[in-house]
Design a protein around this ligand. Sequence first.
Ligand code: FES
Length: 150
Amino acid sequence: MLLLLGAGVLATGSGLGALLEGCAQVAPVTITLALNPATIPAGVPVEVPFAMTNRSGASVPSSVWLLKAPDGSFTAYDPRCTHALCRYKWVAAETKFACNCHDGEFAIDGTVLAGPPPRPLNKFPLRDSGGVVTVDVPGDFIAPRESLGT
Ligand code: FES
């Protein structure tokens, strides 16, 4: 009986731990992008700069890569490489994103093409409401590291 009671306490404790862990996540910061979505061409990633204050109070100048689909919907890519948070760039001639820190490469859909990045590019949740485009940036966001050679 005592053993069962202990197991119940443990189960409740682990549930509480998971709940607290979920609460520990930093709330995102919603950024309104300074752009007219009608002027963004479809099929070509466009870097849109923004400045934000993260939840720690730090001022963070950064950007987001926007990709407009033929149907007019957008994907917003985190500007940081998933390997070590370096800034990457779009290489139009090769239709890929390239990160010069360690030669990581991503396809236009964010999947890894080459190099050490462990996963596809991260995406920011995006809303397009009547021509006003907002993205939800993680509240603990920090600016990308500058790549070598950029
Ligand atoms: S940080 Fe981009 S490949 Fe290492």
